[in-house]
Design a protein around this ligand. Structure first.
Ligand code: PLP
Length: 416
């Protein structure tokens, strides 16, 4: 039985999968089962931030796997404590505390639970808890019941109602709409500083300023989903700092790139005082409030620590910024009418396509047509919505690899 036959018979068909079977990777290269080589500018959708089989990450995993894979969160886990310390003091650089889970959706569920606790602690005028979390159109927050309720896209909700209550979606980057949207039951605003799955849409500084102002005025939590954008991907440790450096969030979620390929997610909650007694926001998630069997086990924490140390020590966020400039300059110089714009920051870039210039077969999108042609040429990139494809190379991608990828993109796009 071939791999694709096994998929047909035994794997739930929830994904539309391309017909390639990757079996080995090294750095930015990936090889499929036929031996064909690809440049990987998909990286598991912004996961393999150090590329494939990075020696430092591989060594950390080998060492930890041979020492202690897993113990329960009933006990103290030194790798978890060290990773939390590194995240708080070296990457977020704001006082707070971290909870470790296994994915981005789970991390966002944790933020929503924190918001609900906050809504009990600081209720409405009539004493009933606040609970409503405002999110935005085209957002993506994951596939759990909480994640799809939070996500501002109908396609993830279809056939799964009733939705978890307590979410409302507003237009992204629309400060006026947000100003009038807050109700007595509203308790938090959750947003991606740069929407990834929704097409690579960057929050404007003015919009983030309005979010921060309204959170202060209405005693709301400001929650950032940095699952796709965090840890160097967008040119700073945290993506919000590339847009509004002075912003101080109350909660942040991560996953993807923080593990470099091991399944890990996390959320951070600020230590800031939420009342006159000095109660810390982070103290609301006390013993028994949340948990995850695998969350923060020695293996994934040792791996994530190696990834985050490598990102920081090698200043890979700077490489992300530098490569962004090189990519933007090259694409601009082509002056191709099929390219509408380049959106995003660092190495989360979306290339917008003029779909009217592309012959799109029934049931496909312009982005899928381009992504498929690039794959044939040996470049892997993911789509982002119907008319955008993303460039998500490893953060340590070299000039030569970027140039090689750009040449393939130019070749494909010049045909339209
Ligand atoms: N939030 C954002 C911004 C994402 O891009 C994603 C995944 O693409 C998620 C949450 C969900 O993460 P996961 O698939 O790890 O649950």
């Amino acid at each position: 039985m071939t791999v694709s036959e096994s998929f047909q018979h035994y794997v739930l068909p929830t994904y539309g999968r391309f017909p390639i079977v990757p079996v080995r990777g090294e750095g930015t290269r990936l090889w499929d089962e036929t031996g064909k080589a690809y440049l990987d500018f998909c990286t598991g959708i912004a996961v393999c931030s150090l590329g494939h089989a990075h020696p430092r990450l591989t060594a950390a995993i080998r060492e930890q796997a041979g020492t202690l894979l897993h113990v329960s969160n009933l006990y103290q886990i030194p790798q978890q404590a060290e990773l939390a310390r590194a995240i708080v003091t070296e990457h977020v650089e704001l006082p707070g505390k971290v909870f470790f889970g296994n994915s981005g959706a789970e991390a966002n569920d944790g933020l929503v639970k924190t918001a609900r606790r906050f809504g009990h602690k600081r209720p409405q005028a009539d004493g009933s808890p606040r609970f409503e979390v405002l999110t935005f159109n085209q957002s993506f927050h994951g596939r759990t019941l909480g994640g799809i309720a939070a996500t501002g896209q109908d396609k993830v909700k279809e056939g799964f109602d009733p939705m978890l209550p307590g979410f409302r979606h507003l237009p992204f980057n629309d400060s006026a709409a947000l100003e009038t949207a807050i109700r007595p039951e509203t308790v938090a605003i959750l947003l991606e500083p740069i929407q990834g799955e929704g097409g690579v849409n960057v929050a404007t500084p003015g919009f983030l300023a309005t979010v921060a102002k309204l959170c202060k005025e209405h005693d709301l939590l400001l929650l950032l989903d940095e699952v796709q954008t965090g840890f160097g991907r967008c040119g700073e440790a945290m993506a919000w700092r590339t847009i509004a450096p002075a912003l101080e969030p109350d909660g942040i979620s991560w996953a993807k790139g923080m593990g470099g390929g091991v399944p890990i997610g996390a959320f951070w909650v600020s230590d800031r005082a939420i009342d006159a007694d000095g109660t810390a926001l982070s103290s609301l998630m006390g013993p028994g409030s949340h948990g995850s069997t695998y969350g923060g086990n020695p293996l994934v924490c040792a791996a994530s620590l190696a990834v985050l140390d490598e990102i920081r020590e090698s200043n890979l966020a700077h490489n992300a910024r530098r490569q962004e400039q090189r990519i933007r300059a090259a694409i601009e110089s082509w002056k191709l009418p099929v390219v509408t714009e380049v959106r995003g920051k660092g190495l989360l870039l979306g290339i917008g396509l003029d779909a009217s210039k592309i012959a799109v077969p029934e049931g496909k999108t312009a982005a899928l047509v381009v992504v498929t042609k690039l794959m044939e040429l040996g470049l892997l990139v993911p789509p982002a919505g119907p008319s955008t494809f993303r460039l998500l190379p490893p953060l340590n991608v070299t000039d030569a690899e970027v140039d090689e990828a750009l040449e393939k993109i130019r070749q494909v796009l010049s045909a339209f």
